[in-house]
Design a protein around this ligand. Structure first.
Ligand SMILES: Nc1ncnc2c1ncn2[C@@H]1O[C@H](COP(=O)(O)OP(=O)(O)OP(=O)(O)O)[C@@H](O)[C@H]1O
Length: 629
């Protein structure tokens, strides 16, 4: 048994530059303990466990990492079950934020510092696996008397660093034994297992963060490429590297003669600098081709098997199957060639993360289409809609971006999440985007460009992952030309435009009528139209589109005697009336009925008629219509 005094003597010899047979990284760590951390080997310290409140802060900061790492940790714990190993996940300060160990030994583990909240930084605990791993950025084993502090010499600990996708050290995974065989070599299997677990955690993290970009995975053997790749990088549409696992960073660094310890020399660089590959060539490396054909050459001459994964967004299990048009999108219309072409375009766009702009007259079904895009996307979050024309300008900001507690007079004490955050992992539908005030357009642009949101009164932007669908009944490019809409925002929103035909031009007019009639079934019976009534509907202009049709048929169903709707059940002004003229009946009876059905909400009545509010007001004055009290 190595005594405390022998241990101190060895450390002193090392400090004088003598060779003692210890691994070099242990020697370097002892020297750091003496010279930088000013620790005294004669002074043994108990393990330090953080108070509850501070531990909570550390855990909160590492929440995402813990979530991603957990299944890897559990899998590893399973692999070493029954061998008394303890697993610690520590943050980059060395604080244990997650712990898996046998509860039978709880007390002993806690005493030894193998516990939640223990701090294993080198400056606090002396040479230890977590601390030395943080200092060097490399996987290592600190076995028994390798520890600087005599308190920890019974332990054998193996740790590996976990890097984030930008190449910064984010955490350390440690696997420790309270008592172990004398030989350090006994821990080489532990090092191998920890290394493999960390590799999978980093890969899961890269995949979780990369939805809209390419991921390129590597392996030296074609057999393992698709099932357990060794490394991965993510690449944006312009061919620049935007993320990497540590293995990925090492491949790039080797290929480009750079140092993985300076990630800035890798992130943001064109992939072609490191690999004999351009972004256009990535589609050649997808699973569609046999693995052994997917060989990529690094600039240093090394060859690697590669697997490229196309940009995607997270989907539900029942996600879209290639080639099939989802139900929600099929419900958009009948099967005329024009509508089928529209459905096919919608289906293709739905499964991408591209922002879509919908243009179409009022009431033509823009929101209906936006919902179908959301449902067809397989996104796991919700559909959140905001009508920029319907809420006062000064409220749009807090509605969209939310606010912090006490951000302004009258703000709720708990603050409020904005619609942008409520749409996390889902779709934010911005209806009548043309009515968004210019000042807010810049803030929205920031959300889209930076993928983060800053609530009113907040200082820390929060990351968001949303899909944006916007709509306008006015051609947005005209508003841009008039200087009323920011051009840069227009381009951001308008990766693709979908133009909804007005009802009068729809080739599936009868299909739409059938759907609307189904909605107005009375006692389970779907009303039918006489051929004359259908003829009248076909000849009308429908300035208010499907919403107007819906309203007209609702009234007709209510007025009709039997199941058949006759021309007499339809508004007199219907056939072929030019836009807006159908309000101009002599008595204003139609308008009166509509206004009372809308609770005298003039905007709503105008919407249903497909005319301006001022037109409705003019007609109200003209006919002297007033609400009944
Ligand atoms: N394809 C469709 N089939 C059946 N009903 C539809 C269809 N599209 C829209 N509708 C119905 O038409 C009405 C108007 O649709 P929606 O609100 O989507 O239109 P909009 O263009 O967003 O209107 P606005 O311009 O006023 O915002 C709704 O009652 C909706 O259910």
């Amino acid at each position: 048994m190595f005594s405390h005094s022998e241990h101190i003597r060895e450390i002193e010899r090392v400090s004088r530059g003598l060779v003692t047979g210890r691994d070099d990284m242990v020697v370097q760590s002892w020297l750091r303990c003496l010279d930088q951390h000013r620790l005294d080997p004669t002074h043994a310290c108990e393990a330090f466990i953080l108070p509850e409140a501070r531990l909570r802060e550390h855990r909160q900061r590492s929440e995402d990492l813990i979530r991603i790492a957990r299944s890897g940790l559990e899998h590893l714990f399973h692999q070493v079950a029954g061998q008394n190993y303890v697993l610690l996940l520590s943050d980059r300060k060395g604080v244990t934020v997650e712990f898996l160990g046998d509860p039978l030994f709880d007390n002993n583990l806690r005493k030894a510092g193998l516990y939640l909240g223990s701090e294993w930084s080198e400056s606090r605990a002396g040479t230890c696996a977590v601390g030395a791993c943080i200092e060097t950025g490399e996987a290592l084993t600190i076995h028994q008397t390798d520890h600087f502090d005599n308190t920890h010499t019974p332990l054998s600990c193996t740790a590996a660093p976990i890097y984030d996708t930008t190449g910064e050290l984010a955490a350390v995974l440690d696997i420790s034994l309270l008592s172990s065989p004398i030989l350090k070599a006994s821990q080489s299997l532990a090092r191998h297992l920890v290394g493999a677990t960390v590799r999978r955690i980093e890969l899961a993290n890269l995949m979780a963060q990369t939805r809209h970009e390419w991921v390129l995975r590597f392996s030296r053997s074609p057999e393992f490429l698709d099932v357990d790749p060794e490394a991965a990088i993510s690449i944006d549409g312009g061919g620049r590297i935007i993320g990497m696992t540590h293995g990925g960073a090492q491949i790039l660094a080797r290929a480009g003669g750079a140092d993985w310890r300076t990630p800035a020399s890798l992130i943001g660089q064109p992939v072609s600098k490191f690999l004999n590959l351009e972004v256009d060539g990535l589609s050649e490396l997808t699973r569609r081709r046999p693995t052994q054909d997917r060989l990529v050459f690094a600039r240093d001459g090394n060859a690697l098997f590669a697997h490229a994964i196309e940009p995607q967004i997270q989907r539900r299990a029942s996600a879209w199957v290639h080639g099939e048009i989802p139900q929600a999108i099929r419900r958009l219309g009948g099967d005329t060639p024009e509508i089928v072409a529209l459905q096919a375009k919608v289906a293709k766009l739905a499964r991408t993360a591209l922002p879509v702009l919908i243009q179409g007259e009022t009431g033509s079904g823009k929101e209906h289409l936006a919902r179908a895009i959301h449902e067809g996307s397989g996104l796991t979050g919700g559909f959140v809609a905001i009508n920029c024309a319907a809420i006062p300008e000064q409220l749009i900001e807090s509605e969209l971006f939310g606010y912090m507690p006490g951000a302004f007079t009258g703000a709720s004490a708990r603050g409020r999440k904005g619609l942008v955050e409520q749409a996390e992992r889902g779709t934010l539908f911005l209806d009548e985007i043309g009515d968004m005030p210019l000042a807010l357009q810049s803030r929205l642009l920031r959300v889209l460009a930076e993928k983060e949101v800053l609530p009113i009164g907040g200082h820390e932007p929060r990351p968001v992952n949303i899909r944006i669908v916007s709509a306008s009944h006015r051609p947005l490019h005209e508003l841009v030309a008039e200087g009323r809409f920011r051009q840069d925002l227009f381009y951001r929103l308008n990766a693709a435009t979908l133009a909804l035909p007005p009802l009068r031009e729809r080739t599936d007019f009868e299909w739409i009528i059938a759907r609307v009639l189904e909605r107005h079934a009375k006692d389970g019976k779907v009303p039918v139209l006489s051929s004359l009534a259908l003829d009248l509907l076909k000849r009308h202009d429908w300035p208010g589109n499907i919403r107007e049709l819906d309203n007209v048929l609702a009234v007709a169903v209510a007025l009709s005697e039997g199941d058949v709707i006759e021309p007499s059940d339809l508004p007199e002004t219907l056939p072929g009336a030019p836009s807006g003229a159908h309000m101009a009946d002599d008595t204003g009876g139609e308008l009166r009925r509509l206004l009372s059905a809308c609770n005298w909400n003039v905007s709503e009545a105008a919407r249903q008629l497909g005319v301006d509010r001022s037109t409705v007001h003019r007609q109200i004055r003209r006919f002297g219509i007033a609400p009944k009290h």
